[in-house]
Design a protein around this ligand. Sequence first.
Ligand SMILES: Nc1ccc2ncsc2c1
Length: 249
Amino acid sequence: MRIDVVTIFPEYLGALDVSLIGKARREGLLEIRVHDLREHAFDRHRTVDDTPYGGGAGMVMKPEPWALALEQIAADSPLALDAEGETGRRPVLLVPTPSGQLFRQQVAQELSAADHLVVACGRYEGIDERVFHWAQEQYEVRLVSLGDYVLNGGEVAALAMVEAIGRLVPGVVGNPESLVEESHSDGLLEYPVYTKPSSWRGHDVPEILLSGDHGKIAAWRHEQQVERTQRRRPDLLERLDVSTVAQED
Ligand SMILES: Nc1ccc2ncsc2c1
């Protein structure tokens, strides 16, 4: 998967050189390029923002630098060869914003199948809305929120989304089994985990986990998932079909 990130703070994305995502880049499983939006602003001060029409506090990101950056990336896209549209595949333009669709594991799963992801990190009060309409021709535009809270810009959200999506690309996580039993992979929260010692400061590991009875352990773990989800995230249960909650045979 090719991922481009456009930002006025390229150094913020340094975390993508580290750990699992960094290793996947070095192994060629992920190709990640970070672009400084200011390289597409050509006035003397490389201005990327201006005052909002209609008044109001703060500044808005100018459309032209974004259009120049996104045009250059689209032209360089591995999908550019399809520009004539036989397959009609376009890169996904992923825009972290508090006003977007909620980013969930299912969205991460869906986006992990994309050939080319371009992440637009806004700052200030946001990006001129016309950019998202203009971009529709060359991109599948997806405005996505991390949750009901506001950051100072899209970079932190971009790091979270790129990690959540990138780790689902085949080969990035060494043991794909570990993706199966994570929180939200089946719509439930994950079960509690324990390791040695079996007794620690008066706290013991649940006996069932020491029994060696894999059937009973699996049943106990599922019960824990359902109980934990009911207690901490009852909203998730409303989204599930009964078979997921009922004990699987
Ligand atoms: N551009 C921008 C500003 C705030 C914010 N908070 C969460 S995603 C995001 C994106």
